[in-house]
Design a protein around this ligand. Structure first.
Ligand SMILES: Cc1ncc(COP(=O)(O)O)c(C=O)c1O
Length: 367
């Protein structure tokens, strides 16, 4: 493809940072860069702690396991409310932790969970809500969902995999929930290959998450069944180096997103997620909503022919094979949105020529 969906902004400093760890010939798995990276990310998000993992998925799974350890009797046959319009591991992490994901509807403005729909799905078994901030857009109902969770004594966990650096009223996404997960896989606003982090203010969750991350090991003792979810030190070194350019990269993404929005403003039969007042978007994805799936599919074909990669984020999780045969419900708004969206390339160093090709191809097809 001439224009890929994403591309990572890298430099010599990244190579030097990783090389330094490699050439050291030791501490590749538990080196000092891990703690430095955890501190740096926690400070950026505005939480007391960061606990690094080898993926966002392992971080989210370990986070749920940590809450189970904190409240053992409360997590018997438990339910967690999640969106279906997300990457599969949001829901799978609940299954892996022994719970049942309960899929809830999203809203049309930012494709985040709809607070009223969540309220209708709360039962005596509900223990937590996992709120996904889709594609770098803070979810519209975040503050109301925080209040709903408090009113019902539920945990609010933010799946901020796609929204590191996004804010509401100046407060970082990832610091609004009781705890949050970040992902650093290669398409995210901070990419290090693979990696993830729990960010939290809870000392108990920090300590339990560290145990779950590394075999339940306390010194030479094994105190609970854990995993090997540790981040390699080379990835942490790369993360520290990439942290220096995160805000600059976000600025570039925002400029590119403004350019597409402005040039497609008058184009009929398409729309974008809403720019909500006091919300700061980081455009991990640039997603366009078309009037119907036929137009969307035609645009996708035209982009393919022009050498522009595009992708449908997301195929709703409740319709995947794992959940399909079970009674995971009917989510008409989720299905409607999933049928009409298309994500086009977005990355910090995307050129004006590339953006013009994307814009012109869409305009020609829709018109
Ligand atoms: C919303 C969401 N949740 C969870 C994940 C899982 O993160 P990772 O790929 O780092 O395991 C991703 C990323 O792919 C994601 O986009």
């Amino acid at each position: 493809m001439k224009i890929p969906l994403f591309k990572i902004a890298t430099g010599e400093d990244d190579c030097k940072a990783v090389n330094k760890v490699i050439m050291r010939g030791s501490f590749w798995a538990e080196g000092p860069e891990i703690e430095q990276f955890e501190e740096k990310v926690a400070k950026y998000i505005g939480t007391r702690y960061g606990i690094a993992f080898n993926s966002g998925t392992s971080a989210l799974h370990a986070l749920l396991e940590s809450y189970k350890l904190k409240y053992p009797l409360g997590f018997d046959d438990f339910e967690v409310i999640v969106p279906s319009f997300t990457f599969m591991s949001t829901a799978t992490s609940v299954l892996l932790a022994g719970g049942r994901p309960v899929f809830s509807e999203i809203e049309y403005e930012t494709y985040g969970l709809d607070v009223e729909d969540i309220e209708n799905r709360i039962t005596v078994k509900t223990k937590a809500i996992i709120l996904v901030h889709y594609g770098g857009y803070p979810a519209r109902d975040t503050i109301k969902i925080r209040q709903l969770a408090d009113k019902n004594n539920l945990l609010l966990i933010e799946d901020a995999a796609e929204s590191m650096g996004a804010k509401i009223n100046g407060q970082m996404i990832g610091s609004i929930g009781d705890s949050a997960m970040l992902s650093f896989c290669q398409s995210k606003t901070l990419g290090i290959g693979e990696g993830g982090m729990i960010v939290t203010n809870s000392t108990t969750i920090r300590d339990k998450a560290r145990l779950v991350r590394s075999h339940g090991k306390e010194g030479d003792d094994c105190v609970l069944p854990g995993y090997n979810y540790r981040m390699p030190t080379m990835c942490a070194a790369l993360g520290l180096s990439q942290m220096k350019r995160i805000d600059d990269n976000i600025k570039k993404r925002r400029t590119a997103a403004d350019y597409i929005r402005t040039h497609l403003k008058e184009c009929p039969k398409l729309d974008f997620p809403s720019l909500i007042k006091d919300h700061f978007q980081v455009y991990q994805l640039f997603t366009i909503m078309f009037e119907n799936s036929e137009i969307r599919d035609n645009v996708k074909k035209a982009l393919d022919a022009a050498g522009v990669q595009s992708k449908i984020y997301f195929n709703p999780v409740h319709r995947t094979k794992l959940y399909y045969s079970t009674n995971y419900g009917n989510l008409p708004i989720t299905s409607d949105i999933a049928g009409c969206v298309l994500t086009v390339p977005m990355y910090p160093d995307i050129t004006k020529n590339d953006l013009d090709l994307i814009i012109d191809t869409i305009k020609e097809t829709v018109n």
